[in-house]
Design a binder for this molecule. Sequence first.
Ligand SMILES: [Zn+2]
Length: 206
Amino acid sequence: MRKRFLGLVSAAVLVLSFLPGASAANAAAHSVCIDPGHGGSDTGTSGGGILEKDLNLDVASELGAILSANGYGVFYTRTGDISLGNSARAKYCNSVGATILVSVHHNGSSNPATDYSTALYQKRIDRDLARAVTGSVSTALGIPNKGITQFASGVLVKSDMPATISEGYFLTNPDEQSRLNDPGRDYRYEEAQAIYQGIVAYLASQ
Ligand SMILES: [Zn+2]
């Protein structure tokens, strides 16, 4: 127990030491509604033996842990493998009054070579957040940045706050599949860290 606690503390210190822009005072004023895409009977895309709904939940959980460790408020639309409509996701985030909404997804294509990062937006107020997230993810993961794409998802349309859907990379790409199945390196954590840094950069710019 004690060892686990110390491990968490040192992880938090490590995260903070990489983020000179993140101050605890600012963090406490902001909360992030994290929305792991799909769930239940809706699996999303798949590849390398991994379902998108599970990957989304893993990355979202890592993201929430990083945000909490840095003093941000965190809400989740789902923490388990359940089906949830897009309207319900947006309504929940509205009801808790989150500062921003970040939906975690991954892309899929019939062409296995396709791989890039993009972030979806719908409202005008979504655009800067979407830009910050996809920029950070593409840089951290070393994949092309396709920029932001307008998309009328209910999560984006019905949310009151700036919101984005991060489509971090293509789960159908063999390079990404071997990264995700690499026992020696935690790429899910690295992606969560990248989304976190995009969030911090966005909030600092407001
Ligand atoms: Zn998806």
